[in-house]
Write a protein that binds this ligand. Structure first.
Ligand SMILES: *[C@@H]1O[C@H](CO)[C@@H](O)[C@H](O)[C@H]1NC(C)=O
Ligand SMILES: *[C@@H]1O[C@H](CO)[C@@H](O)[C@H](O)[C@H]1NC(C)=O
Ligand SMILES: *[C@@H]1O[C@H](CO)[C@@H](O)[C@H](O)[C@H]1NC(C)=O
Ligand SMILES: *[C@@H]1O[C@H](CO)[C@@H](O)[C@H](O)[C@H]1NC(C)=O
Ligand SMILES: *[C@@H]1O[C@H](CO)[C@@H](O)[C@H](O)[C@H]1NC(C)=O
Ligand SMILES: *[C@@H]1O[C@H](CO)[C@@H](O)[C@H](O)[C@H]1NC(C)=O
Ligand SMILES: *[C@@H]1O[C@H](CO)[C@@H](O)[C@H](O)[C@H]1NC(C)=O
Ligand SMILES: *[C@@H]1O[C@H](CO)[C@@H](O)[C@H](O)[C@H]1NC(C)=O
Ligand SMILES: *[C@@H]1O[C@H](CO)[C@@H](O)[C@H](O)[C@H]1NC(C)=O
Ligand SMILES: *[C@@H]1O[C@H](CO)[C@@H](O)[C@H](O)[C@H]1NC(C)=O
Ligand SMILES: *[C@@H]1O[C@H](CO)[C@@H](O)[C@H](O)[C@H]1NC(C)=O
Length: 446
């Protein structure tokens, strides 16, 4: 594919790849405690536990409460769970239906053997009208979960003497809660930083949730989330794309008994499946980009003090002036996740590297390198994103079904040209919060 024009590339992508295996939605098989996958993404870890924490911490934490209002637009059987970490000492904490915190203790099982939490932690959400939930004190690194049905949470002891609360995982088809329609917003409420909440599709799309934060003087911030039937629409579009390019986009759909519960981001899918079928998806494009920037330089606009820097390919290596690390060709998984291979970053990196990694990875996901003007990154407007294949088609279709364009669909979705007013951040925050309103099952006005 070296040296082909963008038109030839688009044509080649359209005609030369014969659909391979007929993929299908991934079938979920909800399991039990022994099927849990315990990793950093879905655990809240602590050392202080149980009643000792409950006695001292809640009283000290804060003298104010925060109101969450929930509008149910999906129907009966919805429950809410608030699961986080105590800002004073870091003990895991879960809100009870009486709006006091439950501090789980380490399980009585052996090290590494999860035990289900049997305390009643499901806060029922009314079928219609508004449900008010009171958060009685500050909470860190929390998720506010919503589920049509009940979720299962576990505790497990680790070898170092600490323990974890294990939450449901979207990327484990055997998670005990896999057969339930669920979603969550990330949430924290702290003395120093106030309320922070966000909706994000970097890992998956599930039960649509929307946010509206009102502050004490009536200012409102919103991130309305996805359309009510976004999960089936995203899945339909991915299934159509699989028929076009032969890649297993349809396998990102996670279904049970014919109902799609969630759609996984391609990085999360690849991480959990070493023969996912996506391995060579970006290979030709990466070769083309590398070949292109051998002869003509690529300009990275750092949008920071280093200004514009020039990058060129020599051999198989891309290097940028002032960068402390050169770039090998990224794999497809590196591109979808933006955090492995050449896209690893560390706090000691130069400003050039910290700016170049997000900009390079965003340009791969959006396929903007070989467009007119793509030799300056970022510079092209949103209307040019995802206009040629291959691209991160999941990200493309997730954005299509966002009510107000809010919510990142890959990790560096915040890269945009200077002067643009594009901002896909699904975050709402305030130092002076009054009410955080959450819609479940799609926005109220749609
Ligand atoms: C989990 O399910 C398997 C069968 O799928 C069963 O053999 C096992 O005993 C169950 N474990 C627990 C802890 O319930
Ligand atoms: C919590 O501890 C478990 C077991 O030691 C570990 O696998 C997991 O990565 C930790 N979670 C976080 C968020 O650090
Ligand atoms: C909470 O305590 C602080 C400091 O003691 C005080 O300034 C504030 O008014 C109190 N808030 C409420 C709602 O009582
Ligand atoms: C799927 O079908 C099985 C077998 O009929 C049933 O036990 C299970 O509850 C169903 N699950 C869902 C989520 O509908
Ligand atoms: C959402 O907020 C959490 C912290 O609560 C943060 O870790 C995460 O990166 C945020 N996601 C996005 C896409 O901004
Ligand atoms: C509330 O939000 C509005 C609009 O963003 C802002 O102008 C105002 O300063 C905020 N009020 C407080 C108390 O933070
Ligand atoms: C991995 O993905 C392929 C399709 O892309 C699928 O056929 C296969 O069953 C998956 N394997 C596992 C273990 O999920
Ligand atoms: C690089 O891409 C640009 C824009 O598509 C194109 O004009 C140019 O001919 C390409 N150069 C090479 C060497 O492929
Ligand atoms: C970087 O280059 C772009 C495109 O040539 C230009 O619009 C921008 O002003 C430049 N930035 C700086 C800081 O020179
Ligand atoms: C990057 O590659 C260039 C060209 O091969 C080389 O001169 C430079 O030393 C390399 N930089 C680093 C940080 O490895
Ligand atoms: C995008 O919006 C978020 C949330 O309102 C804000 O924190 C962030 O600074 C904005 N980014 C830009 C580049 O304006």
């Amino acid at each position: 594919m070296f040296g082909l024009s963008k038109f030839a590339v688009a044509l080649a992508a359209a005609v030369s790849i014969v659909p391979q295996a007929i993929a299908a939605p991934t079938e979920l098989h909800p399991g039990n405690a022994s099927n849990l996958i315990i990793d950093a993404q879905d655990t809240i870890n602590g050392t202080i536990q149980g009643t000792a924490m409950a006695a001292s911490a809640t009283a000290a934490s804060s003298n104010e409460t925060l109101t969450l209002t929930v509008t149910n637009n999906i129907g009966s059987g919805v429950n809410c769970y608030v699961v986080g970490s105590d800002p004073d000492g870091g003990a895991p904490m879960i809100l009870k239906p009486d709006f006091t915190w439950y501090y789980p203790s380490a399980p009585t099982t052996d090290i590494g053997v999860p035990q289900e939490i049997t305390e009643d932690l499901a806060i029922p959400v009314s079928d219609s009208g508004e449900t008010t939930i009171t958060v009685p004190s500050y909470v860190n690194s929390a998720r506010v979960w919503f589920a049509v049905g009940e979720l299962k949470f576990y505790t497990v002891t680790s070898a170092d003497g600490g323990f974890s609360v294990v939450q449901p995982s979207q990327s484990n088809p055997e998670d005990p809660s896999a057969g339930i329609n669920w979603g969550f917003v990330e949430f924290s409420w702290l003395s120093a930083t106030g309320v922070y909440a966000n909706v994000s599709y970097v890992d998956f799309v599930g039960l649509p949730l929307g946010l509206s934060l009102t502050n004490t003087t009536g200012g409102v911030q919103t991130a309305l989330g996805l359309e009510a039937d976004a999960v089936s629409k995203v899945c339909d579009d991915l299934t159509a794309q699989a028929a076009v390019d032969g890649y297993p986009w349809d396998a990102l759909c996670q279904s049970i008994n014919g109902t799609v519960m969630r759609v996984l981001a391609p990085y999360d899918f690849m991480k959990a499946n070493s023969s996912s079928g996506f391995e060579d998806y970006f290979t030709d494009y990466v070769n083309e980009v590398w070949s292109n920037f051998t002869d003509t330089p690529l300009t990275i606009d750092t949008q920071n003090t280093p200004g514009n820097v020039t990058c060129t390919v020599s051999g198989d290596i891309l290097g940028c002036a002032g960068d402390n690390v050169n770039y090998t060709k990224p794999s497809t998984e590196d591109i979808f996740g933006c955090s492995t291979g050449p896209f690893v970053t560390s706090p000691s990196d130069t400003k050039v590297h910290q700016a170049a990694v997000p900009r390079l990875c965003a340009a791969f996901n959006r396929a903007t390198f070989l467009l007119d003007g793509g030799n300056v990154q970022p510079s092209l407007p949103e209307s040019d994103y995802y206009t040629t294949l291959p691209n991160n088609y999941y990200s493309k279709v997730v954005h299509k079904y966002e009510v107000d364009g809010k919510g990142y669909a890959f990790s560096y979705d915040d890269v945009n040209p200077s002067g643009s007013d594009e901002n896909a951040s699904g975050e709402v925050s305030s130092l002076k919060p009054k009410v955080l309103a959450i819609t479940v099952g799609g926005p109220s006005s749609a």
